[in-house]
Design a protein around this ligand. Structure first.
Ligand SMILES: [Zn+2]
Length: 121
């Protein structure tokens, strides 16, 4: 029971994150009108594949990661954002250099979470 609650909270978070990022991209977060079109933009809504029933962006997928990555690179704040993901290397209390990029962020959820936190701030 507790595990189920944790999972639904996690799902709520992912939907909130993906919706926020989609709207930050200037795209519609589609909502069904009960038929086949979005009630906000009237786009035709379709499932991307049988296992992929959402018609909205899913940034937990590699497809979503690629889209977010490409979009982010075109934003004026990209350098600043990437700066937040650089890992400082400190030697004897002094910053010596930054590691190029924390490779842990080459992961759809970690990248989307970091971008969500950054864009939301
Ligand atoms: Zn729409």
């Amino acid at each position: 029971m507790e595990k189920q609650n944790a999972n639904s909270r996690q799902l709520d978070f992912i939907v909130r994150r993906d919706r926020h990022l989609t709207e930050a991209m200037g795209e519609c977060w589609h909502e069904s009108n009960g038929r086949l079109n979005c009630k906000k933009c009237e786009s035709f809504l379709y499932a991307k594949s049988p296992n992929h029933i959402s018609y909205n962006n899913e940034f937990s997928t590699w497809e979503g990661f690629g889209k977010l990555w490409r979009w982010g690179q075109q934003q004026e704040w990209w350098e600043e954002f990437v700066g937040c993901l650089l890992e400082p290397v400190i030697d004897k209390g002094t910053l010596t250099h930054y590691r190029k990029f924390d490779l842990d962020f080459i992961d759809p959820d970690k990248f989307a979470d970091a971008l969500y936190e950054f864009v939301d701030a």
